[in-house]
Write a protein that binds this ligand. Structure first.
Ligand code: FES
Length: 125
């Protein structure tokens, strides 16, 4: 099965031709060579693959690319050079919040999403 799916990725228009059931994560990493989003669990649980889809934080390992028709997708590559993205990345680095580093892009995306919605979160948030 093949389909033409158009979406925006980090501000760039993308036309994908292929299996609409392929995972968004695979299309981003393999077809579009943006390897910042990582695969951890592959089951939608760990968040290492997190991206923003139309402003919502989603796990790209369980989203079929066919569900992204007309969507605006942002990955870590799309936010890392923004003022907010840089601020978050610097805060993670200064706080030593890196562990092994593999899932950090997902954590940065989650922090970006949180601060986008709530610029002054409390500690629990
Ligand atoms: Fe763990 Fe996607 S890889 S949620």
């Amino acid at each position: 099965m093949s389909a033409e799916i158009k979406f925006t990725l980090n501000g760039k228009k993308i036309v994908y031709n292929g299996d609409p059931l392929r995972r968004l994560l695979d299309v981003i990493r393999e077809d579009l060579s943006l390897t910042g989003s990582k695969e951890g669990c592959g089951e939608g649980e760990c968040g290492a693959c997190s991206v923003l889809k139309d402003g919502e934080l989603v796990t790209s390992c369980i989203i079929p690319v066919g569900a992204c028709c007309g969507s605006d997708i942002k990955t870590i590559e799309g936010i890392r050079d923004t003022e907010k993205g840089q601020c978050i990345i610097n805060a993670f680095a200064e706080g030593g919040a890196v562990q092994c580093g593999f899932c950090i892009p997902g954590m940065v995306m989650a922090a970006y999403y949180l601060l986008d919605r709530n610029p002054n979160p409390n500690e629990d948030e």
